[in-house]
Design a binder for this molecule. Structure first.
Ligand code: CA
Length: 338
């Protein structure tokens, strides 16, 4: 009896460890942002409860050097800054987070994203959480890490974080080294090796190089780095035959816009999958494209519906994970299909 049991245990262990490497992941894009205002702690708690494997933070810096979780370097689209501080816009009419202290930003009301049309605030996704309803605010990166680590403790899960350094060149021009501040905070909260559940992402290859070559060694840690890629024109060399091999010296994965994985002009019978995923995998890089949304008009016509879009990317294009505003749907999809 014992031998077969031990044998099957070993097999089970081997299988579960192999599986964990091959397992595909769901990254909650700005939290469960399809359901609650992006980047609020409420949206992050909801994403956690929905079973996302990683939860994303976009990070910008305040005037007094605090790291806050905000998608834009301006406060315009997601807060009532224009109502509370009408005289604090720059010449371009925008309210920059870097011109406000944390205390000032804490006093702002955060909401579902909107745009101005003829002076009126119009909600970006009309089907989402009502703009201006209830009460939300902007959180610091530290508060969010504490929230996720706190839930890891109380639930026994190990959900990861996925911070993006927003516009590092802008921050440097303003005299702030945001990447060093983020790396030091991650280190303080125990993220130190590639086994720890964190990916640091940025669109700037120049910044990625600095993080890899200078900032991480100075902090004495080595964590996973992701190069975001918005289009072929951002970095043409990355799309050449050896591009992914060169990138692999600095990054652990790529986060391409999803149209770079499956051409958005593809049709149902004729799916154009780019060689990017195969090249990245051959170079040892993971692939986590963005952003998968199920709002009206957001599912490309080559997919039958949102679940089909997930299937085509996870299993036809073979991506390792993806950023979605609807993490519950992607978690359920993987549970049913993996
Ligand atoms: Ca982001």
């Amino acid at each position: 009896m014992r031998k077969p049991l031990l044998f099957s245990l070993v097999i089970a262990l081997v299988m579960s460890s192999t599986q964990s490497v091959a397992d595909k992941i769901v990254i909650a894009h700005r939290g469960a942002s399809g359901y609650l205002p992006e980047h609020t702690l409420e949206a992050k708690a909801m994403a956690y409860g929905m079973g996302a494997h990683y939860i994303e933070q976009d990070v910008v810096m305040t005037k007094d050097d605090h790291l806050i979780v905000l998608h834009d370097i301006t406060l315009d689209r997601t807060t009532d800054v224009d109502e509370q501080y009408p005289n604090r816009a720059r010449d371009d009419g925008r309210y920059y987070a870097i011109d406000f202290t944390l205390e000032e930003i804490r006093g702002l009301k955060a909401s579902e994203g909107f745009r101005l049309e003829n002076g009126e605030k119009v909600q970006g996704y009309s089907n989402r959480f009502p703009m201006g309803s209830s009460f939300f605010r902007v959180a610091t990166l530290e508060e969010e890490i504490q929230l996720i680590q706190g839930m890891n403790k109380s639930t026994g899960n190990d959900i990861g974080i996925y911070p993006e350094i927003k516009q590092p060149e802008f921050h440097r021009n303003e005299g702030k080294d945001i990447s060093t501040a983020v790396v030091n905070l991650l280190k303080q909260y125990g993220y130190a090796s590639k086994q720890d559940k964190v990916f640091v992402q940025t669109f700037s290859f120049a910044e990625l190089e600095v993080i890899k070559n200078d900032i991480l060694p100075a902090a004495g840690i080595d964590i996973n780095l992701i190069q975001l890629i918005g289009s072929e024109s951002s970095y043409p060399w990355m799309f050449e035959d050896d591009g992914m091999n060169i990138l692999a010296e600095f990054a652990d994965g790529i986060g391409p816009e999803k149209g770079l994985v499956i051409n958005r002009l593809s049709s149902r019978g004729n799916l154009e999958i780019s060689p990017l995923v195969d090249r990245a995998h051959a170079a040892g890089l993971q692939v986590h494209p963005y952003t998968y949304r199920m709002d009206p008009g957001q599912v490309p016509s080559y997919a039958e519906d949102f679940e089909d879009l997930l299937r085509l990317h996870y299993f036809e294009a073979d991506v390792d994970g993806l950023f979605t505003d609807f993490p519950d749907r992607a978690v359920r999809f993987l549970q049913a299909n993996q």
